[in-house]
Design a binder for this molecule. Structure first.
Ligand code: NDP
Ligand code: OXD
Length: 308
């Protein structure tokens, strides 16, 4: 099997060496080296080359090296080309860690304490038990479910919101637009782990913030285009929101002069919440390639209608 990998080079090198040793029938080429283009059946990429089907005329499978596949313009790809995304334990664990860090930081008033530190102000605030802190995760997929289970184990009052109804022990589950208002009304810390689709683009806006309890906070680790940044700044200004932890922005990188960088109630990280880990992803990648060879269903197939 001839595969081309086009993403972070270190990971590609490790995969190439590991496959050569453990699955020598799979030859992984590291972009821009592609072997014989006509023989390439699988592309594993973050950003595919322009004119994908011209470069690889016999491509049969496109694998996103990340959890999201919104970086692909699905409308430009043949309907018959399966597109799958990465589901692997290292990526999930990274997101669980980031969300847990952010929620604990917000729960324990850390943005406020860091502001106080800069002002050399020694002032304490009451500590709330986690059971009195209502966290709400938007998106109950691979990452959202893992994150919420960790938060529930820490004793937070947890709810989640998804497109279709879900059942997660110990978590109050809401689904669909008709239950969004109820979900928001009971959420002190809102975490977005939604994929970017036409429905979720711009969803984190003034109207949505207004439905949260006053003083709520936001953790945004989905995609930058889901957040209306000016609406966030206004909500922080008015006190409707008290703080935000942002891992994704639009654009990325965020220009140095952008107000989000310097806002005292915002913690900003450069899209590092999680990433596909070279070692842990190998088994997931190989498993999907073998399933594909055997004509079996793949893990993480993107539904073209839903866009995720
Ligand atoms: P999944 O596809 O497994 O889960 C997506 C979840 O979102 C599902 O629960 C789905 O509902 C829900 N959803 C989708 N559209 C809507 C909608 N319109 N209304 C309500 N719920 C909706 O994705 P993952 O959990 O693997 O990843 C989620 C996202 O996290 C990625 O797409 C990516 O954008 C982001 N990400 C960010 C990273 C970072 O470093 N910042 C790293 C990795 C991922 P249902 O259950 O009904 O299908
Ligand atoms: C991903 C990401 O989707 O890194 O994996 O954002």
């Amino acid at each position: 099997m001839q595969i081309v990998y086009k993403s972070e080079p270190q990971r590609g090198l490790l995969w190439q060496q590991w496959l050569a040793q453990h699955a020598p029938d799979i030859q992984l080429h590291l972009w821009p080296e592609i072997g014989i283009a006509e023989e390439v059946e699988v592309l594993v990429a973050w950003q595919p080359p322009a004119d994908l089907m011209t470069v690889f005329p016999n491509l049969k499978l496109l694998i996103s090296v990340g959890a999201g596949a919104d970086q692909f313009d699905l409308t430009q790809l043949p309907a018959s080309l399966p597109v799958v995304r990465m589901i692997e334990p290292g990526l999930t664990q990274g997101m669980v860690e980031y969300v847990t860090f952010a929620v604990l930081g917000l729960h324990r008033d850390m943005p406020r304490y860091f502001q106080q530190q800069r002002a050399a102000q020694w002032q304490t605030h009451p500590i709330k038990p986690p059971a009195q802190r209502r966290v709400g995760v938007m998106g109950l997929g691979e990452l959202g479910q893992a994150a919420i289970q960790q938060l529930a184990s820490l004793g937070f009052d947890c709810a989640g919101w998804s497109r279709s109804p879900r059942q997660i022990p110990g978590v109050q589950c809401f689904a669909g637009n008709h239950q969004l208002a109820d979900f928001l009304a009971r959420t002190d810390i809102l975490i977005c782990l939604l994929p970017l689709t036409p429905e979720t683009r711009g969803l984190l806006n003034a109207q949505l913030f207004a439905q949260l309890p006053r003083g709520a906070s936001l953790v945004q680790a989905g995609r930058g285009q889901q957040l209306v940044q000016d609406d966030l700044l206004s909500a922080l200004e008015s006190g409707q929101l008290s703080a935000a932890v942002l891992d994704v922005t639009a654009p990325e990188p965020l220009p140095p002069e952008h107000p989000l960088w310097r806002h005292p109630a915002i913690w900003l990280t450069p899209h590092i919440a999680s990433t596909t880990q070279a070692e842990t992803a190998l088994a997931a990648l190989l498993e999907n390639l073998r399933r594909w060879e055997r004509g079996e269903s793949l893990r993480g197939v993107i539904d073209r209608q839903q866009g995720y």
